[in-house]
Design a binder for this molecule. Structure first.
Ligand SMILES: [Zn+2]
Length: 328
């Protein structure tokens, strides 16, 4: 369900980029084998975790909320390869929405976690609230209310004794718990200095033990800060799914006409002119406003580009220009 705005309460239909992210996150290894007595968990999937980098307001919070619903009560685990006449029916799992899906033979089937433990994690409470505030109406306004009758201010109980909690740098009481899914938000701000790299590592360890997985979302980061986002993006690991659509390098963010092209490129199907919720003019107004105060941040937030912050060791553009000189 769409959590707010004029479309509140209507079914949440993912944008192409959101669908692409989820489809990749749940890509099953062709070699995965399933036995009912001891079902394979996270290792059934090609990717151990996902990283989505997108600009401000493009819809990362509703996506995270939808993803949490799926991990909380939906078919988030691999349940073997479909034979003839296999199907998924929501009603078999206590949901009254009426959804049924007939599998094609050979397609991967899904099943819910028996006891899902989900930790919405971010640096600040304001950031966990972004996801949590999208999540509550998503549950309350639709058929998920049958499965999850009560959504609290602090946490949400799930069927089977599971629950959804929030974790921040200042409230880490449940850290180290046996988590099955961890949405980590704004990981571009998670650094050693604010102790969030340690939080991330603890959660990855917990997930590894449980066969669970993490989904990381963020704006483009400042490469001088060595954030969790940067580490995960630059890591040699091949089992991290990374989705980061960067605008063409030849377009300048300082040039008004080119900036508009950059915004068109990175917001793409989320723009109102393409049927989405984002008004291009208001993004440009906000970006122009921030450009005056903090150009690097504006370009990261709205232009979806990796830009060094002000006052860091390398002046912006210096590296690129020297590289060109060397090449020439
Ligand atoms: Zn259902």
């Amino acid at each position: 369900m769409i959590p707010d705005g004029f479309r509140r309460g209507r079914p949440f239909n993912p944008y192409d980029y959101q669908f692409e992210y989820l489809a990749s996150f749940y890509l099953v290894k062709g070699s995965a084998r399933w036995v009912p007595a001891d079902p394979i968990l996270g290792s059934a999937f090609v990717y151990r975790r996902g990283l989505l980098v997108d600009p401000q307001k493009k819809g990362k919070s509703p996506l995270a909320a939808g993803h949490i619903c799926l991990e909380g009560v939906g078919p988030a685990l691999f349940a073997g390869w479909a034979g003839k006449d296999d199907g998924f029916a929501c009603v078999d799992h206590g949901c009254g929405c009426g959804w049924e899906y007939p599998y094609q033979p050979g397609e991967p089937m899904g099943m819910p976690w028996p006891t899902p433990l989900i930790q919405i994690t971010a640096l600040s409470e304001e950031q966990t609230d972004n996801v949590y505030d999208a999540l509550r109406p998503m549950i309350e306004l639709g058929p998920l209310a049958d499965l999850i009758p009560k959504t609290g201010e602090e946490f949400i109980r799930l069927p089977g004794g599971g629950r959804i909690d929030t974790v921040t740098s200042s409230a880490q009481s449940r850290l180290g718990q046996r988590v099955t899914f961890v949405p980590q938000d704004e990981v571009g701000l998670w650094t050693a200095g604010n102790r969030m790299t340690k939080v991330a590592d603890t959660q990855y360890r917990g997930l590894a033990g449980m066969g669970g997985r993490a989904s990381l979302t963020t704006n483009a980061w400042d490469p001088a800060e060595r954030s969790v986002a940067q580490q995960q993006y630059e890591s040699q690991a091949t089992d991290i799914y990374r989705q980061f659509r960067q605008p063409p390098a030849n377009l300048s963010y300082r040039n008004k006409v080119e900036r508009r092209r950059i915004h068109r490129f990175v917001y793409a199907e989320a723009l109102r002119e393409n049927g989405g919720h984002i008004d291009l003019d208001s993004i440009e107004a906000e970006a122009a406003d921030m450009l005056e105060r903090d150009p690097a941040q504006a370009e990261r937030f709205f232009g979806n580009r990796l830009v060094y912050g002000q006052g860091s060791w390398l002046r912006e553009g210096l590296w690129e220009s020297r590289k060109r000189q060397v090449a020439a």
